[in-house]
Write a protein that binds this ligand. Structure first.
Ligand code: GTP
Ligand code: SPV
Ligand code: MN
Length: 610
């Protein structure tokens, strides 16, 4: 039983334009769903879909009193994170994807996809999900339509994007839109019973940057399946941004207010996956006199404004955040945000119908159902929640969401931070020497691998330039050149770049820096630098704070001794690091901008003089 073109027209709301109908019909003829449903984004629709998923076993409804309108989903153990080895950039020329992406010939990939999608949605409903990345109708915002056979995806997209009838209205009014097709790749034969997490062992997460298309097959996990997020807002958008003179970045956006003067600063920060963006975005300053408000926690789209400054919007409407490690101590604002209307994926379930994960406030209860659906007790060897378990929650619920988080023009950016997990070498904070050095800092980001992708070895150090390694839709060295171009265009209005590292450890493996709310001390130094209040010392990797300028008031067990450990810069280790970076750059051949190589030479010079 496959839906017909006639039936699609009959169920389509009046605001669906002809080109969308053609797209829907074409994909339906290929994937052969049983029915087509146009999502309107309403509460009634959410209630119906979540109830259906509870009935099918895909969702567990959480305790209504403790966590209203919230649900738990458990994925298959093979579908818990992004799969970088199955993520493809299908540009006409291999050179345009660059050595850090998996390239595939677009015609060949279309052939594969035509086979994979043939009948892929049999026995399922194909949902038509119109959405806007960025505020509806905003000048920086963009529209898309995701076709998916997963109701889990529909409900997540309703939280993560402005999804529904209003987005379709804008498309109907002639707005351009990005077509995105998603299937879990698990067709149902007549009478065949569904599983609670349908997916396919074989996955294809594919992007066609020249035609702005996205096709994703085989996975139900966030970054692989919520196509507005990494696929559109970073991989496709980064190629659009290069073409049209703007920037799509893996960055949080926050507003810092100096309460004494009332002056506002806006900061963006790029850290690799699971390295602290959500936490910094919702920071509760431990030093008095500052207020932080959240604009975004994962993606920033930035454009030069009429005054020549760089303005950023958060294209998303929700947070898809890492659960483990999130507590009232570390990130109280995230905890308050997710107290209702939230979808949890792969966390543990308590006996009273609430959620639990490692590093939350509560000690491990006597009994849990773990993320695999098994009984768990504190003696169990395995983790109760998957290390990459996540919450999907509306940004509007964040108690410190910035008044201007939906400002269509964005907020003007004062400083850009780059960081990663570095147990050694990298000091707490360093300022760029000059703009090209800022780009070098971004290009040389390396970080210990986390659980956010399934197929890279956790713990090992890997390069992740600009925290964009898995998300840049084109040649990484061309992306660096684009950054230099944007800097040239904006001149001294382009924000200064800072390298930060919250993750340095001592010889015993203890954190040297307490992190979280204490990171406000680093922000304090950065804005006092911007205000010209403090000087800096010339260091090997950048400009460092003077110890006496750095606010450590009230910081427990922290003295100049610890500071010195955070700023131990071993020239030999840096010599090795420079050599390693040079080796890494080689794969990009002569595309590496000369100015970046010049920065490497300057670093070498500083090492030799140290
Ligand atoms: P993605 O959503 O994957 O892009 O990740 P993210 O960059 O938003 O990471 P997130 O803020 O969720 O942090 C991931 C993990 O790092 C959590 O377990 C946090 O508790 C931990 N973390 C965040 N900030 C700090 C910090 O300042 N210090 C330490 N030690 N850990 C931190
Ligand atoms: C990341 O991995 O950087 C995430 C989660 O933010 S995902 O949306 O899956 O990419
Ligand atoms: Mn991310």
């Amino acid at each position: 039983m496959t839906v017909t073109a006639q039936e699609i027209r009959e169920v389509a709301p009046a605001n669906v334009p002809e080109d969308v109908l053609e797209f829907v019909t074409r994909v339906a003829e290929l994937a052969k769903p049983e029915a087509v449903y146009f999502a309107d984004g309403s509460q009634e629709e959410w209630d119906r879909l979540t109830t259906e998923m509870v009935e099918s076993g895909m969702f567990t409804r959480l305790n209504e009193e403790k966590r209203p309108n919230s649900f738990l989903a458990r994925s298959l153990p093979s579908d818990v994170a992004r799969v970088e080895s199955r993520t493809f950039i299908c540009s006409e020329k291999e050179e345009d994807a660059g050595p850090t992406n998996h390239w595939y010939d677009p015609t060949e990939m279309k052939k594969i996809l035509n086979e994979k999608f043939d009948g892929a949605m049999k026995g399922r409903t194909m949902y038509v999900v119109p959405f806007s990345m960025g505020p509806l109708g905003g000048p920086i915002s963009q529209l898309g339509i995701e076709l998916t056979d997963s109701p889990y995806v529909v409900c997540n997209m309703r939280i993560m994007t402005r999804m529904g009838a209003k987005a379709m209205d804008l498309i109907n009014e002639g707005g351009e839109w990005v077509p995105a097709v998603h299937s879990v790749g698990a067709p149902l034969e007549p009478g065949q019973e569904d599983t609670t997490w349908p997916c396919n062992e074989e996955k294809y997460i594919t992007h066609f940057p020249e035609t702005n298309e996205i096709w994703s097959y085989g996975s139900g996990y966030g970054g692989n399946a919520l196509l507005g997020k990494k696929c559109f807002a970073l991989r496709i958008a980064s190629t659009m941004a290069k073409r049209d003179g703007w920037m799509a970045e893996h960055m949080l956006i926050l507003r810092l207010t100096d309460e004494k003067t009332g002056k506002q600063y806006h900061v963006t920060a790029a850290f690799p996956s699971a390295c602290g963006k959500t936490n910094l975005a919702m920071l509760q300053p431990t030093i008095p006199g500052y207020k932080v408000e959240t604009v975004g926690d994962d993606i920033a789209w930035m454009r030069p404004g009429p005054d020549g400054r760089l303005y950023a919007i958060n294209p998303e409407a929700g947070f898809f955040g890492v659960a483990p490690g999130t507590s009232h101590d570390t990130n109280p604002m995230a905890m308050d945000t997710m107290d209702r209307n939230t979808i949890f994926t792969n966390v543990a379930l308590t006996d009273d119908g609430d959620v639990w994960w490692e590093g939350c406030d509560m000690p491990a209860p006597e009994h849990l159902i773990d993320w695999k659906g098994q009984d768990w007790n504190p003696d169990s060897r395995e983790k109760a929640a998957h290390p990459n378990s996540r919450f999907t929650t509306p940004a509007a619920q964040c108690p410190i969401i910035c008044d201007d988080w939906e400002a269509p023009q964005g907020v003007p950016i004062d400083a850009i931070l780059f960081g990663g997990r570095r147990a050694t070498n990298v000091p707490l904070v360093a300022e760029q020497y000059e703009p090209a050095h800022g780009v070098y800092i971004g290009a040389s980001v390396a970080s210990e691998v986390t659980a956010a992708a399934t197929d890279v070895k956790a713990g090992s150090l890997r390069h992740d330039p600009f925290a964009m390694l898995p998300f840049c839709g084109y040649h990484m060295a061309d992306y660096w050149a684009h950054w230099l171009e944007m800097q040239d265009k904006l001149g001294d209005k382009f924000p200064k770049v800072y390298q930060v590292n919250w993750f340095r450890k001592d010889d015993e493996g203890n954190w040297l820096w307490p992190g979280y709310g204490e990171n406000s001390r680093v922000l304090d130094w950065i804005v006092r630098r911007a205000a010209g209040e403090v000087e800096a010392v010339e260091g090997l990797t950048g400009l460092y704070p003077k110890f006496e300028d750095f606010n450590i008031e009230g910081l427990k067990d922290f003295d100049e001794e610890t500071w010195k450990k955070l700023y131990t810069i071993d020239p030999e280790a840096w010599d090795a690091e420079a050599a390693e970076t040079e080796e890494y750059f080689k794969q990009f051949g002569d595309k590496v901008p000369a100015r970046i190589l010049e920065q490497l030479a300057k670093l070498r010079e500083r090492i030799n003089n140290a």
